[in-house]
Design a protein around this ligand. Structure first.
Ligand code: CMC
Length: 439
């Protein structure tokens, strides 16, 4: 741990190399909650060995004060506050402040922060032209990734990562502009005019407005739907060192500018094992077609040769239940009731699938439970959001988490470039032979 770390060394772990008389004593460091970590930084120097942990399942890659997960107990805390309380009582913009600044805002702080975000919702007018370069059938994640990366070509006054003011402006810009860029990616794909942001609306309302409104007609906000959208954004806002956040931190550790780092995070989020899962859940349910086909699908999932996964199930960290999934399920019922959807075959299928899977030894023994994405897709579909936009929406929410984690890393004086090592299993040194001597 760094010298500035809050974590405290309370004990030691001694590692001895069998068959030699070499050993080293390593500090065991405690955080405020969660498992202790063994600080292995001097292991290579003392014993000449690395640690091996593909997938980083047993590695704390950094020290962080932002988000805490207890996967066994199904606990998720943002800056110490339980996700259930935030989803129920707070809203996305306040959660954004909390993640970035470390505490809930006073009314005056919140006012300044909201104005900071809303002042940056528009994008440079020339960015509109980028869209014309994309095919109409481009996946909106492809557009989002490209256009967010391109922000660094426009906002030269907020890419000096060593200037705290510039970091703050970059944070505002990213949180404010990503929804605009995301909504325009959708509008482009359906050939409708881009809707400029409206700063008189709340964050979630404005996003729904930019997605659904058209210039020819007045737009009516539905408070139940904007509340549901806000809750989806809160639930997805951060999730400690997941694949996309680790990508943002790794890219940022090189000193790359924040817009480039967030574009890297968007790319990592896209995969079906990560943020792409909400889209994959709906595809899976559509392919299964009807409840009678569920048992056959479950058999296929259990057959390892098939490489079929039950999308929306399982999590690297949650091995009991995903607290976000519980809130999503409730929200799903609220949204369907508001929209008067009494009979939604996809929801019926999802609930039947959940029931069967939770009784099946394959899933029970592997501690596989529904994750946040199992129900979010059904909510979004009911709200009229197209499937291809699901992961984009996840990116809109996660941008604040990425930015908070990036900022924390840049401000950590002990920060170094991320540079993992490897267990090399390739050829040992050999001499080059001219092609005429080969074969
Ligand atoms: N369906 C069927 N089997 C599964 C699933 C699943 N969804 N997830 C894990 N398993 C099996 C896996 O094959 C392995 O079996 P065995 O021990 O026989 O080899 C066992 O459960 C342990 O799984 P793992 O692969 O070690 O788990 P992991 O921590 O590496 O992967 C995961 C976590 C989320 C990538 C994986 O569960 C998965 O692919 N789930 C489906 C995709 C999904 O819903 N992703 C969204 C995650 S939540 C949103 C986010 O944070 O991005």
């Amino acid at each position: 741990m760094s010298s500035t770390a809050k974590g405290s060394a309370k004990a030691t772990v001694t590692v001895t190399l069998d068959g030699s008389n070499r050993s080293t004593t390593l500090p065991l460091v405690s955080g405020t909650i969660g498992p202790d970590v063994v600080d292995i930084r001097k292991l290579y120097g003392d014993l000449g060995v690395f640690t091996f942990d593909p997938g980083y399942g047993a590695t704390a890659s950094c020290e962080s004060r932002i988000t805490y997960i207890d996967g066994d107990a199904g606990v998720l805390l943002y800056r110490g506050y339980p996700i259930e309380q935030l989803a129920e009582q707070s809203d996305f913009l306040e959660v954004a402040y909390l993640l970035l600044e470390g505490d809930l805002p006073t009314p005056a702080q919140f006012d300044t922060f909201s104005r900071g975000v809303t002042r940056h919702t528009m994008v440079h007018e020339q960015i509109r032209r980028f869209y014309d370069g994309f095919r109409r059938d481009a996946h909106p994640m492809a557009i989002l990734c490209g256009v967010v990366g391109a922000l660094s070509a426009f906002y030269h006054d907020s890419i000096d990562i060593n200037d705290p003011k510039q970091r703050e402006i970059a944070a505002f810009r990213l949180i404010a502009k990503v929804p605009t860029i995301a909504a325009w990616a959708y509008k482009y794909s359906i050939g409708q005019p881009f809707m400029y942001p409206r700063n008189d609306l709340g964050f979630a309302e404005n996003f729904l407005y930019m997605l659904n409104a058209v210039p020819a007609e007045p737009w009516q906000n539905n408070p139940i739907l904007s509340r549901a959208m806000d809750r989806i954004l809160v639930l997805h806002a951060d999730h400690e060192q997941n694949a996309s956040t680790s990508t943002v931190r790794l890219a940022g550790s090189t000193g790359a500018n924040p817009f480039a780092c967030i574009a890297a995070g968007i790319a990592a989020l896209w995969g079906p094992a990560h943020g792409g899962a909400n889209e994959a859940v709906l595809k899976m349910l559509a392919e299964i077609g009807k409840p009678e086909n569920i048992p056959a699908f479950i058999r296929e999932v259990k057959d390892k040769q098939s490489h079929t996964k039950l999308m929306g199930f399982g999590h690297r960290v949650y091995k009991n239940f995903d607290p976000r999934a519980k809130i999503m399920k409730e929200t799903c019922h609220e949204v369907l009731a508001e929209l008067g959807i009494k009979d939604e075959p996809l929801l019926d299928m999802a609930m039947e699938m959940e029931r069967i899977a939770l009784e099946d030894d394959y899933f029970v023994s592997r501690k596989l439970y529904p994750n946040v994405d199992f129900y979010s897709g059904i909510i979004l579909k009911a709200m009229g959001i197209p499937t291809s936009m699901f992961t984009v929406l996840f990116a809109v929410a996660r941008t604040v988490g990425w930015v908070s984690q990036w900022k924390e890393m840049v401000e950590d004086p002990s920060q170094r470039i991320g540079r993992p090592r490897q267990l090399y299993t390739g050829a040992t040194e050999r001499d080059y032979r001219p092609i005429s001597d080969r074969g």
